[in-house]
Design a protein around this ligand. Structure first.
Ligand SMILES: C[S@@+](CC[C@H](N)C(=O)[O-])C[C@H]1O[C@@H](n2cnc3c(N)ncnc32)[C@H](O)[C@@H]1O
Length: 215
């Protein structure tokens, strides 16, 4: 199930254009192979956020084949540190990023983010969480010390094809644990004193949290 009206989504998707031919080819490859990369409307939202925020450094959790990290660099010339658990995806990402000519901007780390995040000693303007949905709380908690005042933490897929909002979309009852964990995560970030969060029904649901580290 799409969380947005299909007629409206296809109209908006019809307005989409790729930032360059290499990104266009990589999106087509991902879609043909069923690699889950950011949806077109999510990309448009992120482009607007990046152009406003002008981040120098982005931390990404969930590289896949390097599409979104390449898009970030192409969009604003930032540096990206990105983490991927799966070895095959990691190797594809390294190759694709080299093909794009972004190897000096993107640092791809292989391993589970739960472990790798503990080894990173840096500060980021934006954290983009786009990996295993049941671990978002852990990714958030491990990334937070690497945020500064006014960093953004952006999480993709938070509406989980509507299932976060209603069990009726989990027709076979297969995702009960992920749904419960995502609901707990959303409730958690929504209540935090140090973060202002908005949840947008774009793509598969995107949360944007503005971090405040000063009283
Ligand atoms: C939705 S895809 C990322 C898509 C990518 N951000 C893009 O838009 O081009 C999620 C990726 O996260 C990886 N992943 C899942 N759990 C992870 C974890 N605990 N640590 C690191 N990577 C993980 C998966 O192997 C998968 O490649």
């Amino acid at each position: 199930m799409n969380i947005t009206n299909e007629i409206i989504s296809s109209y908006i998707d019809g307005l989409y254009y790729a930032q360059n031919d290499k990104l266009k080819d990589l999106r087509e490859y991902a879609e043909a192979k069923g690699v889950p990369i950011i949806l077109k409307d999510t990309e448009n939202l992120l482009a607007a956020v990046l152009k406003l925020k002008k981040p120098a450094k982005i931390l990404e959790i969930g590289t896949a084949i390097g599409y979104s990290s390449s898009f970030f660099v192409d969009c604003c010339g930032c540096k990206v540190t990105t983490i991927e658990a799966d070895m095959e995806s990691y190797e594809s990402a390294v190759n694709n990023i080299r093909e794009m000519g972004f190897e000096d901007n993107i640092w791809v780390l292989q391993g589970k983010a739960e472990d790798v995040l503990k080894e990173i000693d840096d500060v980021f303007d934006i954290v983009f969480i786009d990996a295993s949905k049941s671990h978002y709380r852990e990714f958030w908690d491990l990334s937070l010390p690497m945020c500064h005042d006014e960093s953004l933490i952006i999480c993709d897929n938070v509406l989980m094809k509507g299932m976060t909002a209603s069990d009726e979309f989990d027709t076979r009852g297969r995702y009960k644990t992920s749904i419960r964990r995502m609901r707990e995560f959303i409730a958690y970030i929504n209540e935090l004193d140090y973060a202002d969060t908005v949840i947008l029904p774009i793509g598969d649901g995107v949360s944007i949290s503005i971090i405040s580290k000063e009283d």
